[in-house]
Write a protein that binds this ligand. Structure first.
Ligand code: GDP
Ligand code: GDP
Length: 492
């Protein structure tokens, strides 16, 4: 029986209502064969897992990410099993230790799995040691998997638990990823931890938010920019990319003999590292015969999540002929990018084929249509180019970088609250009696920017009020073209 623990403030967290990207992240870690993948599969059930190809020394490894469902809990779960493909006998995490450390940094909690049946192995001790060194700030929870076998007289739970405790991460949870035994114990342990984490996210105190903020904005936006070019076949993605790669410094290029999934391209644009998220082997396509492989828009969708900025490429000639500028597939991609919190830049290619009236028509029609399909975000950059003639290449990258910078923006709480005072007087609040409704405003997250408004009274802000705040925030801080979220937290 699953119990529902409460917030200290008395409000239980309804995890099903929390936006996916705000959910806490739990990493599954342990030596090979302890059952990480089995547990991952049980946690995500049949839901789709995203597979991240993590390039490392030109070889990609997979980290799977899924949304775990455990009773009424929801969290992001990462399966690190793919990372140990190369683990050598000498060091358990092998060359992938660095990659695992990176993944660990984006995780809030780690489940450290051991095999209850086998007892502790030297490799478990290695993993433990490694975790102590690399994950000091992360709560580690010991899990003894395959515990169902202990009932068969192979050993006792108590003895196995005693052994696992010697690793120094506290009492282990005995469970079986295979049979589901002990999943309720996992729930009981995770529930308060995840609730506390959600509370932190939503309730981050003011003085801990970073100060104004040129410096941290700089820092964030210096991280490599992950960029995906998506679009239907033949719109000119490969041509555009080749133009980009010819001019800019290519740090890592596609290598012969690599499979289409392991293409990794990195280049430098104005001192910034740009990492191209491969959308289903576009580079091979240019090399192979036409039509040898067709890029499906469905495959592109999967890659959106890995990109910071999504560049949606349209064929200007097609646009000029069609009644609607975007096909239904393209509408889905554009909306999905924004919904998933990515930055979006729209590129209209093949403008060289358009003359006079048609040219003018396309330049007018595309912005109008983008605005109508994504009304919640104004100012999405739209760039008109000719990849074939090499025109607009720099424009594309400038817009991509500008979008990325906005996406990384961090505003200090002090600045936001000064802004709040001003903005409150601009709006004709419906309910005048409770006019100073928003007591306090703070940014809880960047990449993309996410804010919380602390609101007095049970009723909270109406949708109109929230829209007004969002629009003003975007205008006043020049955050056009990116998804900006404001959540509200109601207080008595
Ligand atoms: P990973 O390398 O840590 O991802 O481990 P896997 O999930 O691939 O599991 C390794 C082996 O252990 C597989 O043969 C699984 O079927 C088995 N296994 C996983 N979980 C359990 C469990 O709870 N009980 C038993 N008996 N076997 C399990
Ligand atoms: P992809 O499938 O999106 O990667 O598209 P390609 O880059 O393979 O381009 C498809 C076709 O459109 C090729 O024949 C290109 O030469 C052509 N093409 C690409 N960009 C332009 C452009 O700016 N103008 C014109 N006229 N043709 C282009």
């Amino acid at each position: 029986q699953l119990s529902g623990a409460k917030f200290e403030s008395g409000i239980p967290v309804d995890f099903s209502k929390v936006e996916t990207r705000l959910l806490p992240t739990v990493l599954l870690i342990g030596r090979p064969n302890v059952g990480k993948s089995a547990l991952f599969n049980r946690l995500i059930r049949r839901r789709e897992a995203l597979v991240y190809n993590t390039p490392n020394d030109h070889v990609t490894r997979d980290i799977r990410e899924g949304i775990a469902k455990l009773g009424d809990l929801r969290f992001k779960v990462l399966d690190s099993a793919g990372l140990e493909a190369e683990a050598s006998s000498g060091s358990v995490l092998g060359r992938t230790a660095e990659m695992t450390a990176k993944v660990l940094r984006v995780s809030n909690f780690a489940l450290f799995l051991v095999d209850a049946r086998d007892g502790l192995q030297p490799m478990d001790l290695d993993v433990g040691k490694w975790l102590r060194k690399h994950a000091p700030g992360i709560k580690i929870i010991m899990v003894m998997n395959k515990a169902e076998s202990l009932d068969d007289g192979i050993g006792s739970v108590a003895a196995a638990a005693g052994e696992a405790r010697t690793l120094g991460f506290g009492d282990p949870i005995a469970l079986s990823a295979e049979t589901g035994l002990g999943m309720n114990d996992l729930y009981e342990v995770l529930r308060p931890l995840l609730e506390e984490r959600m509370l932190q996210i939503v309730n981050e105190p003011a003085n801990e938010t970073t100060e104004d903020c040129e410096s941290c904005e700089e820092e964030d936006s210096k991280l490599p920019l992950q960029l995906a070019f998506v679009g239907r076949p033949n719109v000119g993605k490969s041509t555009l990319l080749n133009a980009l790669l010819q001019e800019d410094r290519v740090l890592v290029g596609p290598e012969a003999g690599l499979t289409r999934d392991s293409v990794r391209v990195e280049f430098e644009f104005e001192g910034r590292t740009v990492y191209l998220v491969d959308t289903a082997g576009w580079l091979q396509r240019t090399k192979s015969e036409k039509g040898a492989s067709s890029l499906s828009i469905v495959q592109s969708k999967k890659n959106l999540m890995r990109a910071h900025v999504v560049a949606l490429v349209l064929d200007g000639e097609e646009v000029s002929k069609a009644r609607k500028s975007l096909t239904s597939d393209e509408v889905v991609i554009a909306r999905r990018a924004i919904e998933e919190g990515r930055g979006l830049v729209v590129i209209v290619n093949k403008m060289d084929l358009l003359k006079d009236k048609l040219y003018d028509r396309v330049i007018k029609a595309v912005p109008e249509e983008i605005q109508s399909i994504i009304p919640q975000v104004t100012g999405i950059p739209i760039v008109f180019v000719s990849a074939l003639e090499g025109k607009g290449r720099i424009d594309v990258m400038h817009h991509v970088v500008e979008t990325y910078k906005k996406w990384c923006l961090r505003l200090s709480t002090a600045r936001l609250n000064r802004w709040l005072l001003k903005v409150m007087s601009r709006h004709s609040w419906k309910d005048l009696a409770s006019q100073p409704k928003v007591k306090y405003f703070t940014q809880v997250k960047a990449r993309p920017p996410t804010f919380v408004a602390f609101v007095k009274g049970k009723k909270g802000l109406s949708d109109t009020d929230l829209r007004f705040l969002t629009r003003s925030l975007k205008e006043d801080f020049d955050m056009g073209g990116i998804p900006v979220r404001i959540m509200q937290r109601k207080e008595e």
